[in-house]
Design a protein around this ligand. Structure first.
Ligand SMILES: [Mg+2]
Length: 219
């Protein structure tokens, strides 16, 4: 394994720690109504803004472009208030020390991720950021699309490992042919990540960082 693909929400930070996911979903609905859109009858209860975007794609495809744009603005705001995961520092240090590239691969908007990295002085520590394709929620994990884009055409997927904290990350990894390390940042995730087929499940990123600089690891 040479390079690292790393999910954003979870491994890097808790995106919605300051501006909550429920609040973002609510503001998303309000802004869509203000823009003249009519909401689906049962969208009010959806507290996950990315799930709401997916539902809009399924049920009201004509609204997707606006919904994605509205959500992107809200994610930029949320990312400014995100709570960093202090453990990521060790992973980025170890990646740099062992000559591995890091690419962020996330269902969040690329602009929000870039804003976060800039605020925390991390921009130069990643090779790239691959957020969801604007206006195309179907690009989101569990689709392999973002991972394949991150690796680039003709890449050897076995040269990469993906770190993610959700079952959909493991599923996207499978579909892209990339082994996925499950990061169980909440106790209940350990089982589900393992069941989904994560090559290993960790409850901390520190052992991952240690392994990256271990002389035993295959290149
Ligand atoms: Mg995540």
């Amino acid at each position: 394994m040479r390079h690292l693909l790393i999910d954003f929400d979870g491994p890097f930070c808790s995106v919605f720690a300051g501006l909550s996911a429920g609040e973002v979903a609510e503001r998303m609905r309000q802004q869509l109504v203000a823009a003249g859109h009519e909401l689906g009858p049962d969208w009010a209860g959806e507290g996950d803004p990315l799930a709401l975007l997916r539902r809009i794609a399924d049920e009201a495809p004509g609204m997707v472009a606006d919904a994605d744009e509205v959500l992107t603005g809200l994610e930029i705001e949320a990312a400014r208030l995100a709570r960093p995961n202090e453990e990521m520092e060790a992973v980025l240090d170890a990646a740099a020390m062992s000559g591995r590239a890091v690419v962020v691969v996330s269902n969040n908007a690329g602009q929000a991720i870039e804003g976060y990295l800039e605020k925390h002085g991390l921009t130069d520590r990643v090779r790239g950021v691959v957020g969801r394709v604007p206006g195309e929620p179907e690009s989101m994990k569990p689709s392999p699309r973002l991972l394949l884009d991150a690796m680039g055409a003709g890449a050897d997927a076995s040269e990469y490992v993906f770190i993610g904290d959700a079952v959909r990350d493991v599923e996207a990894g499978h579909a892209a042919g990339v082994p996925t390390i499950g990061y169980a940042n909440k106790p209940r995730k350990e089982r589900s990540l393992a069941d989904a087929g994560a090559v290993v499940v960790v409850t901390s990123l520190v052992p991952v960082a240690d392994a990256l600089t271990s002389p035993d690891i295959d290149s």
